[in-house]
Design a protein around this ligand. Structure first.
Ligand code: SAH
Length: 504
């Protein structure tokens, strides 16, 4: 017999999944998940995990509840470990209780991993503590949408209205006029503060505070829809004072990252922390070269060279992988002068125990050339481990200056196999504010996946961010100008100008 874990996925912020839930996802044979659960979690699953979507969106049920129950029981009877992932907490308006009952009846073992419920998390991200000694001594979770097949309502509006509890309504936006009216009719002060939080804890969170008497009209005016949490009570007055999440500089800004997936994680994480809705759209892929024999040969004869120039983090990564492969370590560089084209490459070298002798002030090939010439590279032997195809400025200029230069391909960049669908759709629906390019090849490959003619219609709504002048030149070749370009040609500088721009 299998084992079923009823797991809460939290309210949306991927960081709000519990450690225990993550551990189970990493080992489960089958994952059965719902609409509200963040799909980023799917990446935790092992490669051969069977992933089944049974979600519900509004009234349109992908699978009716009894079929979901049957599916869980059927998979468990195959002896599998099942992760049943539900938005928020599985037992808070998640019908997890019914699923658990079903499992008990079928004699299947189960465990519950509670999740952070939206009724607590969404208010917290909007600056509203659901309890606070100055305002209330209790909190009450209420459904704003009762089972329509029920004969008699389970609500006692008089009790809600007269209680001193903070009232937290789930699934209540459609019925907000009815909720407000019932509370007022049964004696709650029409001036009571009410907050709505939509898409709480996510990059597209929105919230506002009104009063019981005005909230329905204001929600309609602001076009607030599900999923939203409604909070009624004095604690809502803390919204402005304690709000923090909606102050993030890139909140509600859609940013496309076109870097290769292998390189993108740092940028994606930084943008995410600043609140951005990040769309990963890797346009290039980093691949090993077909034959590493030439690299191995050079590694064994490193002493033949005077200078080693690294032009990217990938170059460092692949070169060191080969060094490791040949049984050597950083001592192989003894006596060599080492240059890095920019701070990220330099950092990658430092992580390997190598402090570069030279990092230029301008992080492009031209900057390296000028600096190296000053260092006296004339007549010296220079080895450049880098991508198979790249700009030739660096080797050409060094040769002109009298150096003996050899290019050593240690990796290749290719066109990422990418479905432009999701980003094309996000562009079309106006969810994208910024498009970032971090190299010429990201520009070229982006316009390979999305036609420049097609992109023209977004020219006014989407700002293009280019990391530096070379990338900009490539962009101009496609008929576009960057809206933003940092002074320093680095990722941190790019993020900084983006934040400045967003604040304007
Ligand atoms: N089990 C879930 C609730 C499921 S009911 C939990 O514990 O959170 C679905 C309702 O939850 C939605 O209609 C909405 O009221 C609320 N909800 C879920 N996620 C939300 C979010 N990120 N922001 C605001 N409300 C959310």
């Amino acid at each position: 017999m299998g084992l079923v874990y009823l797991i809460g996925a939290g309210p949306g912020d991927p960081g709000l999944l519990t450690v225990k839930a993550k551990e189970v996802l990493e080992t489960a044979d089958v994952l059965i998940y719902d609409y509200l659960a963040n799909i980023e979690f799917l990446s935790y699953c092992k490669a051969d995990c069977e992933i089944l979507y049974v979600g519900k969106k509004g009234g349109d049920h992908t699978l009716p509840q009894d079929k979901i129950n049957e599916l869980i029981v059927e998979k468990a009877k195959e002896g599998k470990v099942i992760a049943r992932l539900k938005g928020g907490d599985p037992y808070v308006f998640g019908r997890g209780g019914e699923e658990a009952e079903e499992l008990v009846e079928a004699g299947i073992a189960f465990e519950v991993i509670p999740g952070i419920t939206a009724g607590v998390a969404a208010p917290a991200y909007a600056g509203i503590p659901v309890t606070h000694r100055d305002f209330t001594t209790s909190v009450c979770f209420i459904t704003g949408h009762e089972d329509p097949t029920k004969e008699k309502t389970g609500h006692d509006w008089e009790v809600y209205a007269k209680s001193t509890s903070t009232l937290v309504f789930y699934m209540g936006v459609k019925n907000l006029p009815m909720i407000a009216e019932n509370l007022i009719k049964n004696g709650r002060d029409p001036e009571t503060p009410v907050a709505l939080v939509r898409w709480g804890t996510r990059c597209n969170q929105q919230s506002f505070v009104s009063t019981l008497e005005n909230v329905a009209a204001e929600a309609a005016e602001r076009k607030f829809k599900a999923p939203s949490i409604i909070v009624v009570g004095g604690v809502c007055s803390l919204h402005d004072k304690l709000g923090w999440f909606e102050k993030k500089p890139l909140l509600n800004k859609g940013v496309v990252v076109t870097r290769a997936r292998e390189q993108a994680s740092g940028l994606v994480a930084t943008l995410g922390k600043l609140g951005a809705c990040v769309f990963e759209f890797p346009t290039i892929s980093i691949e090993p070269v077909a034959d590493y024999a030439p690299v191995q040969k050079e590694i064994k004869a490193l002493a033949n060279w005077d200078w080693l120039i690294f032009t990217s983090v990938n170059g460092v990564k692949h070169f060191f992988a080969q060094l490791d492969e040949s049984g050597l370590d950083a001592r192989a560089f003894a006596g060599l002068e080492i240059a890095a084209i920019g701070p990220a490459t330099a950092e990658a070298l430092v992580a390997k125990g190598i402090k570069p002798d030279f990092v230029p002030e301008k992080y492009i090939a031209e900057g390296v050339v000028a600096g190296l010439l000053e260092k006296g590279v004339k007549g010296k032997k220079v080895l450049i481990p880098r991508a198979k195809v790249a700009r030739e400025v660096l080797p050409e200029e060094l040769r002109k200056a009298g150096a003996e230069v050899k290019i050593l391909p240690v990796y290749e960049t290719g066109l990422s196999e990418n479905d432009p669908g999701p980003v094309a759709e996000a562009l079309e629906s106006g969810k994208i504010n910024y498009l970032t390019f971090t190299s010429s090849s990201t520009v070229e490959n982006f316009f390979n996946l999305i036609e420049p003619e097609h992109f023209h219609k977004y020219k006014d709504s989407v700002k293009i961010v280019c990391i530096g002048p070379i990338t900009t030149k490539t962009l101009e070749g496609f008929g576009f100008e960057p809206d933003i370009q940092p002074e320093d040609y680095t990722i941190p500088a790019l993020v900084e100008v983006l934040v400045q721009e967003a604040a304007e």
